[in-house]
Design a protein around this ligand. Structure first.
Ligand code: MG
Length: 515
């Protein structure tokens, strides 16, 4: 096969893969938003069929032949980024495309279809067992299922192969090209400063009044306000929607069809607003890929960590900033005249930035959040390295919470059973939340240097310069650059947790009057 024909073969299969995942995304979106409850049985079969189709497509022998014709050595023990730099005569996008096709093909080919299907079956059962276990707050109901998922994931990690420990193989699913060793190094650099900051905040004994956040807030008004913010962020409702689901998420059905979801609580103003801004950040990334990537597997986030950096940057760094609310608080008080009357901007700002060690990750503030992730990361690693057994999980979980956050769960529901991830088989996913926080601060530090009068523009409610900078430096490239390469290109250095720590120190020294 000549090079051009090989590339054409890969493009054809690649675009079919994109279509298959878009179809699956649409089914998934429907399942979480409008599908009647009893539709689940058929939906599970439909999705399983698509998973099989996807696996067949990803392992199509034509991919292997085409990659070899293009000079990619698939027999190497480990794919290295540099391997693809040396392919000559192609532009950057095509080289990246070949790199990602090779990565997916090698990975998927090592997993027998029967194992992939078994995994799909086990996780769909274990999801419902997890729901039951959490409702009854009884880990024993979930334990045997987690045991099976863990054993499949260990088997998968062994088949995929890894550098130093099985976690490498699983982390790579979500954070391509990053090793556990690099991750540990990053985490080690922020654990102590973060614990120290939390301790100083707790010791300040500053009580922030946030009772008004829990008054009654009309849901239609919350939605209207949320949409106004999305529009100010630059979200185009001709290319996307906002709907309601139990767990907020963003999913992509097409190049110009991105769906956001949120949930509203009448007695918590923070839930929906910050959820909408967060998902809006994900959505803007998905809508910001260059037109050149349309229908290409590269029209995707560089990694889950980079994706999360986009949502966190909008939600926390912009959305929880004082400047942002100088512009938007007057609008919010128009919507909720009676409840927010008499609450000055200062008080509102402090109330949306309360820091308090707590038990539930999704409710955590931006300071303690990463400690919740550390607990999970340590445990996942311990499970895969056979240092922790499933049966001792509740105790280990509670001990870690006490050690890192100073709080101890009283039951499994508010402890080890709180997250859905393990029941879905998402081991290796949690760290990407923390990476998102770290990347967001590093990107923002750069943005502030380059965008003139950024603070003043935000104070005026003009968010266009923020989006423009993100589009130019991050969004347009999609998956063309791996996360580490993108980070260096954008900020001039590798991921450095110092930016995040400095950001928190600055902000919360002011909020809590720390000396
Ligand atoms: Mg997110």
């Amino acid at each position: 096969m000549c090079r051009e024909a090989s590339l054409e073969t890969l493009r054809k299969i690649g675009s079919e893969l994109v279509r298959i995942s878009q179809i699956s995304a649409l089914l998934g979106w429907d399942q979480e938003t409008y599908m009647p409850r009893e539709g689940i049985e058929d939906r599970a079969v439909q999705q399983a069929l698509i998973s099989g189709w996807q696996h067949d497509k990803l392992t199509d022998p034509e991919i292997g032949k085409a990659l070899e014709a293009l000079g990619v050595d698939l027999e190497v023990e480990k794919l290295e980024l540099t391997q693809f730099d040396s392919i000559t005569g192609l532009n950057e996008q095509d080289r990246a495309f070949i790199r990602e096709m090779a990565r997916n093909y090698r990975r998927e080919k090592k997993l027998p279809k029967s194992l992939v299907e078994k995994f799909a079956r086990e996780t769909s059962i274990s999801q419902s067992k997890w729901v039951e276990a959490r409702e009854k707050s009884d880990f024993d109901i979930f334990a045997p299922h987690l045991e099976r998922i863990l054993s499949i994931e260990k088997e998968m990690a062994g088949l995929i192969g890894y550098d130093s420990e099985p976690y490498d193989a699983l982390l790579d699913t979500y954070e391509p090209w990053m090793s556990t060793k690099e991750l540990v190094d990053v985490f080690d650099r922020f654990e102590a400063p973060l614990k120290d900051l939390v301790k100083r905040i707790v010791n300040s004994h500053e009580e922030i009044d946030e009772r008004f956040i829990h008054s009654r807030y009309n849901i239609r008004k919350q939605e209207a306000f949320g949409k106004e913010i999305l529009e100010a962020m630059g979200f185009d409702f001709n290319r996307g929607r906002l709907d309601v689901s139990a767990h907020p998420f963003t999913t992509t059905i097409g190049f110009s069809d991105v769906r956001l979801t949120t949930r509203y609580s009448e007695d918590n103003l923070k839930d929906a607003i910050f959820g909408i801004i967060h998902e809006g950040g994900h959505g803007l990334y998905e809508l910001g890929f260059s037109g050149k990537l349309k229908g290409n597997i590269l029209a995707d986030g560089a990694s889950m960590g980079i994706h999360e950096s986009q949502s966190r940057l909008w939600e926390n760094i912009i959305g929880r900033s004082y400047n942002f609310w100088v512009a938007f608080y007057p609008k919010l008080t128009e919507y909720f005249e009676d409840t927010l009357k008499g609450v000055p901007l200062e008080s509102f700002y402090r109330a949306i930035n309360v820091v308090k060690p707590s038990l539930i990750r999704v409710m955590a503030d931006e300071v303690t959040y990463n400690l919740h992730i550390l607990v999970r990361f340590k445990i996942e690693r311990g499970l895969l390295n056979n240092e922790i057994s499933v049966n001792e999980l509740p105790r280990v979980w509670n001990d870690e919470y006490e050690y890192l956050l100073g709080v101890r769960p009283e039951n499994d529901s508010e402890g080890v059973l709180q997250d859905i991830h393990w029941s879905l088989g998402y081991i290796g996913y949690f760290p990407t939340y923390s990476l998102g926080n770290l990347y967001s601060a590093q990107f923002y530090a750069k943005m502030r240097k380059y965008v003139e009068n950024l603070d003043e523009e935000i104070r005026r409610g003009n968010l266009r310069p923020v989006l423009a900078w993100l589009r130019e430096n991050i969004h347009q490239y999609g998956k063309v650059y791996p996360a580490s390469v993108l980070c260096k290109r954008v900020t001039g250095e590798s991921l450095n947790p110092r930016y995040f720590i400095d950001y928190l120190e600055d902000k919360y020294s002011a909020v809590y009057g720390l000396g």
